[in-house]
Write a protein that binds this ligand. Structure first.
Ligand code: ADP
Length: 172
């Protein structure tokens, strides 16, 4: 019997990647043999961090997870999923508000690529309130976001969003 590797794609803006994202990715990496964190390049949105920065930060954050890789993509998610040989799309659910949008997207993706399943992982209690935009807003005004971000990227995020805070929390 031929063996296929189970591959899941975890898409998002990751602008920047947060501890909430990382928790979902880590849990997905226990369920699938390979997980691809996919930084989506959305032409309708202007991200705070460049495509390269978002990829690089995601790479730093998942460096300790051997079966997780990072890629970026500009196009239809299901096209990437098909080409990557993946069978699952991983999504994190925080609030009911996430559900409405994600449910719609899951149905659309199912229509476009019926064999791919969207797998919803519920956000950890600690991360229910956490989003990249919350991190950006708090950091810009000098609030402490050290508990919201993977330690590997904290310095880079602060350097960009609140340079005057550099030097605090032992940062160079
Ligand atoms: P954000 O809403 O933070 O900008 P993205 O667009 O990058 O996030 O979302 C990528 C995926 O990660 C989505 O499925 C989203 O629901 C999930 N996600 C984002 N933040 C969290 C979190 N704190 N806990 C669990 N899942 C999350």
């Amino acid at each position: 019997m031929s063996q296929t590797v189970s591959i899941a794609v975890c898409p998002g803006s990751f602008d920047p990647i947060t501890n909430g994202h990382l928790d979902i990715i880590r849990r997905a990496s226990k369920l699938f043999e390979q997980v691809i964190v996919l930084v989506i390049i959305n032409v309708d949105k202007t991200p705070t961090f460049t495509d390269n920065e978002r990829v690089e930060m995601a790479q730093k954050a998942v460096a300790g997870l051997p079966n997780v890789t990072v890629d970026c993509f500009n196009g239809l998610l299901v096209d990437y999923v098909r080409k990557a040989g993946a069978t699952a799309i991983i999504k994190g659910l925080r609030m009911v508000t996430d559900f409405e949008y994600e449910f719609q997207m899951a149905l659309v993706n199912k229509k476009l690529l019926p064999y791919a399943e969207t797998v919803f992982l519920t956000a950890n209690n600690e991360h229910q309130y956490l989003s990249s935009s919350v991190v950006r807003q708090v950091a810009r005004f000098g609030g402490d976001v050290s508990g919201f971000l993977p330690k590997e990227i904290y310095g880079q995020v602060i350097a960009r969003l609140c340079p005057e805070r550099q030097g605090a929390n032992g940062l160079q």
